[in-house]
Design a protein around this ligand. Structure first.
Ligand code: ADP
Ligand code: MG
Length: 372
């Protein structure tokens, strides 16, 4: 078992009181491991910053507790925690040089100037800005300033670095570069990074594990692949990537396979679709569009559903098909790759024109029965 560095135990946080109270976090529990790039992902207002501020010690939980290496933290003020924070705004001191921006916090901690300077140069080396120590922050680009902010936060060698949407002020190209840079810094320093973002692509690209949050709750925690391929909740499947949802009655076939009696459409086998505990009766199932494929109509097989092409959108790498099932009772999006040399793909594009009857194949492990 990896060592747990930060833990939240049944943490709730309310702001205000009475009718105007806002419950920013509702019974949140999570373990964050040593040396991990951990991301909290969710839409604006779901409680990400609040959870980060509780870990940093800038807020107190209404109930529950935050532990650092097993010890309760509530009586420890922020500056005494071995935890540092990088905010979206770099907040560099404009009247200090780049090096002084880094040594300032170290000297506050009682480290002598010589040692602080040596550490600052080490950090500037780490963020690949070794020759910029004597400059003023205003002489640096946005991306360089963000790296200085990182160097400053890493300089005291905290156990945990909290990062609250630190890349959202950067333009797309720079953001992509900084994603790689942040991941490298985390790997090289071995410090636990707790990263907050509302950007699902960013979360998938950088994280060892992701906690998906909605309205003060953590819905699912898992590795990027797990979150994408095995979403437990409709919200998760919808927020991350693109998803199809089918509703129907969940049945077990004579062979013990799961079957979905799709509302208004017909029966389809879900193979060994993982199902939420004790789920039966009316359910929602999610299926990623790229897992589905189209074939000619009229080849009945138990893993197929018959439908009609309602729309075809060419998007370069793929073609997206909008398929109506049961005369429009339900619908599916199917994505098929356009590989240039693939005669089949060209052929399919011809055959699966708007209005054509088709069958949609659902591979045995592609469907997920959702908790809700
Ligand atoms: P996120 O970072 O995911 O966008 P926040 O943690 O900032 O979300 O906020 C969660 C909820 O708590 C929101 O409804 C927000 O308005 C509310 N909230 C956050 N901080 C305060 C505060 N200091 N006073 C009142 N409400 C707050
Ligand atoms: Mg926030």
């Amino acid at each position: 078992m990896p060592e747990i560095v930060v833990a939240a135990r049944s943490v709730s946080k309310s702001f205000g009181s009475g009718a105007g109270a806002v419950k920013a976090l509702d019974d949140v529990s999570v373990d964050i491991f040593q040396n991990e790039f951990f991301t909290m992902l969710g839409p604006s207002g779901c409680g990400k910053t609040t959870l980060l501020r509780l870990i940093g010690g800038f807020e107190q939980a209404t109930s529950g507790e935050i532990l650092l290496e097993g010890a309760a933290l509530q009586d420890l003020p922020p500056y005494k925690r071995p935890i540092n924070t990088v905010f979206q705004s770099y907040a560099l001191f404009p009247h200090l040089t780049v090096r002084q921006n880094i040594t300032f916090g170290l000297e506050m901690k009682g480290i002598d100037r010589k040692q602080a300077n040596a550490r600052a140069d080490e950090m500037l080396e780490l963020v690949q800005l070794a020759q910029y120590g004597d400059r003023s922050p205003s002489q640096l680009s946005g991306g360089q300033q963000q790296r200085i902010a990182l160097a400053r936060a890493l300089a005291p060698a905290p156990k945990v670095l909290l990062l609250d949407e630190p890349l959202s002020a950067l333009d797309l190209k720079l953001r992509k570069e900084m994603q790689i840079e942040l991941k490298r810094l985390q790997t090289e320093t071995g410090i636990t990074f707790v990263f907050v973002t509302h950007d699902q692509e960013e979360a998938l690209a950088m994280s060892d594990r992701i906690a998906v949050m909605q309205a003060g709750h953590i819905l699912q925690i898992g590795a990027p692949r797990e979150i994408y391929e095995q979403p437990t909740h409709r919200f998760v499947a919808d927020f991350i990537g693109e998803s199809n949802f089918l509703t129907g009655e969940l049945l077990t076939s004579a062979q013990g396979d799961l079957m979905l009696r799709v509302d208004g459409v017909g029966d389809v086998s879900l193979g060994d679709a993982t199902t939420a505990p004790q789920k039966s009766g009316q359910v929602t199932v999610s299926i990623r569009p790229e897992r589905l494929s189209l074939g000619p109509a009229g080849e009945p097989k138990e893993v197929r559903l018959e439908g009609r092409v309602a729309g075809v959108v060419y998007i370069g790498t793929d073609t997206a098909y909008h398929i109506e099932l049961g005369g429009g009772q339900q619908s599916l999006r199917v994505r098929m790759q356009n590989s240039a040399g693939n005669a089949d793909a060209r052929n399919e594009t011809r055959n699966f024109a708007k209005g054509a009857p088709v069958s949609v194949t659902i591979p045995a492990d592609a469907a997920r029965v959702l908790v809700d």
